[in-house]
Design a protein around this ligand. Structure first.
Ligand code: NDP
Ligand code: OXD
Length: 309
């Protein structure tokens, strides 16, 4: 029962080491230099090439090295009998919340504005925003959305969530489904996207969505680049409907050098680093699932192929 790592990332040696430290007998190989494809039952994957899994006839589980699985599910040749799992990890969750708190506080306290003034030695105080009068709307109220929401609430913000199904959380109003989307948007001064990328959520950050927000709303997209219609964002910022955006994910990554976002004064860019999976922290749950597979037990953090997350 071998394991293969199929990933575009560069830290594959760290993964192999972390897995073997927990399961010394495990044979770990790295695609495309693996020669034992007939023996592989478990694949650890990040942006695998399409069709690659058909080379592994005994494959039974594909584990995403991240929280998202869109990069795996987009493969049209995926065998529906192979289970797909994702990462649920307290370090990943905490790091996402820290990133969001940092970006929201920069926006509240005009950090980019002062950075710009500093280049001209300009002293120009500007009133900062009042937390108690700012509401944060979180699209996607799953593992990451919920943690961020609770921390923002403790900081004194009003927090709203939007999800597919209702949740009862003290002090946080949850809006459900398409029917309540516009109501949710109309109350969100800062809109954070933490949705999985699915056929229902692709291009959801678009002109119609922006129209429903309060004037001057700010967008933070840490989910996937394909959630955002880039031209609609630029138009909404340039017309003054939105005050700006912070983007961590892009339709094309790395963001092309000549992309207009780079030079836009109201767009903050980070290179898909809001929260980075730590192999050391996540290896135990991968090995736990590897053992469960071996023992015929149900796997943890399995995603629904039907729902797409
Ligand atoms: P979860 O699966 O735990 O949560 C997804 C949430 O989205 C759920 O609340 C779900 O609703 C809701 N949802 C899904 N589809 C819809 C829809 N059509 N309408 C309304 N709500 C919907 O995911 P995580 O919180 O773990 O992760 C979210 C995403 O964050 C990942 O998929 C990934 O793309 C991104 N990510 C980005 C990182 C980065 O560094 N930039 C790092 C890690 C993750 P319900 O609860 O009702 O099912
Ligand atoms: C993830 C990511 O899905 O890093 O974990 O984007």
């Amino acid at each position: 029962m071998d394991l293969v790592i199929i990933s575009q990332k560069s830290n594959l040696g760290d993964w192999a080491e972390a897995l073997k430290a927990l399961e010394p007998g495990l044979k770990v190989s790295i695609y495309p230099n693996d020669t034992n494809r007939g023996e592989v039952v478990f694949a650890l994957a990040w942006h695998p090439p399409q069709g690659v899994f058909s080379h592994y006839p005994k494959l039974r589980c594909i584990a995403s090295t991240g929280a998202g699985v869109d990069h795996i599910l987009r493969d049209p040749d995926l065998n529906p009998k192979v289970e797909v799992t994702r990462v649920v990890d307290s370090r990943l969750t905490g790091d996402m919340t820290s990133y969001l708190v940092a970006q929201v506080m920069c926006q509240m306290r005009n950090v980019s504005h002062y950075k710009l003034l500093q280049t001209n030695n300009e002293w120009q105080p500007k009133r900062y925003r009042d937390k108690t009068k700012t509401s944060i709307g979180i699209m996607g109220f799953g593992v990451l959305g919920r943690d961020a929401a609770e921390k923002f609430r403790h900081l004194g913000f009003e927090v709203l969530g939007w999800a597919n199904s209702l949740k009862n959380i003290d002090g946080i109003k949850i809006f459900v489904g398409k029917a309540e989307f516009n109501d949710f948007l109309s109350k969100s001064d800062i809109l954070i996207c933490l949705l999985p990328l699915t056929s229902a959520t692709v291009n959801i950050l678009n002109r119609e969505t922006f129209k429903q927000l309060p004037d001057g709303a700010f967008i933070i997209n840490v989910a996937r680049g394909e959630h955002l219609v880039e031209e609609d964002l630029l138009t909404a910022i340039d017309k003054g409907k939105l005050s700006g955006a912070c983007l961590d994910v892009f339709r094309e990554e790395p963001l092309p050098k000549d992309h207009i976002f780079w030079l836009h004064p109201k767009v903050t860019i980070t290179p898909h680093v809001a929260s980075i999976t730590s192999p050391e922290s996540v290896a135990p749950q991968i090995i736990e699932n590897y053992r469960r597979l071996k023992e015929g037990k149900p796997l943890l953090n399995v995603v629904s192929l039907e729902k797409g997350y």
